[in-house]
Design a protein around this ligand. Structure first.
Ligand SMILES: Nc1ncnc2c1ncn2[C@@H]1O[C@H](COP(=O)(O)OP(=O)(O)O)[C@@H](O)[C@H]1O
Ligand SMILES: [Mg+2]
Length: 212
């Protein structure tokens, strides 16, 4: 099982949105996907509940109600049950629990918007991830491509580690979430779907190489 930890120190950077859109993309590629949500805001869990209702029995994604004390057993259970991909969403605070999650994660995915405030949090997040020796990469989220700010922030992120891809902003992303859908289920023709595809392919390749 591949375990993907979504983390960042910045609220609103797109952690839960990235979790939703990657979960559905892995599921589309026929992976059995499970979600864990450690953010008290429960954005991902609420999305999942809307989805379950909307799909009326056709939802292929699983949701695990694991707690901080039960998650290690739950990871084993999911693996034994044949789960292929576990996506873990976290709050924008970095604490000791992140070290426990990084211990079991195959990859830490760090969404970041292209603001100075986002950039200021990156060094701390990278420090925590690198001290755990977990593979990681960035998703540059909700940006207008090719702006000067985007280009200069991308330069910084490229120096740290891999940038898996960029998602430009579109109102159809939050619209999709209203139904518990990912963008590419709601509007498959949206240009951002190709961007999510690219991130999925990059991430999947890194996970496969790691397990070899
Ligand atoms: N690429 C995007 N385009 C438009 N809106 C986005 C995009 N990414 C995230 N959002 C919106 O920004 C808000 C914050 O995103 P969210 O994923 O909840 O951040 P986090 O989990 O990091 O706090 C949500 O309303 C979400 O729908
Ligand atoms: Mg969130």
């Amino acid at each position: 099982m591949y375990t993907i930890l979504i983390m960042s120190r910045k609220g609103g950077s797109g952690k839960s949105t990235t979790a939703m859109n990657m979960a559905t993309r892995f599921a589309k590629a026929k992976y059995q996907v499970a979600l864990m949500d450690f953010d008290p805001q429960k954005t991902l869990t609420k999305w999942f509940n809307r989805r379950d209702e909307y799909m009326q029995g056709k939802n292929t994604i699983l949701h695990s109600a694991a707690t901080e004390s039960s998650f290690k057993d739950e990871v084993k259970n999911l693996e034994q049950a044949g789960c292929d991909v576990l996506i873990i969403d976290t709050p924008p605070t970095i604490n000791d629990f992140h070290n426990e999650l990084l211990d079991i994660a195959d990859f830490a995915l760090v969404p970041t918007k292209t603001t100075m405030e986002d950039l200021e949090t990156i060094a701390e997040v990278v420090d925590v991830i690198e001290s755990n020796e977990t593979a990681y990469g960035f998703v540059i989220n909700e940006t207008k491509n090719k702006t000067l700010l985007y280009l200069s922030i991308k330069d910084v992120l490229v120096e740290y580690g891999a940038v898996l891809g960029t998602i430009t902003g579109t109102v159809q992303i939050p619209e999709a979430s209203i139904k518990g859908l990912a963008l590419c289920e709601y509007k498959p023709d949206n240009i951002n779907c190709q961007q999510y595809d690219k991130i999925f392919k990059n991430l999947n390749r890194r996970l496969k190489n790691k397990k070899k």
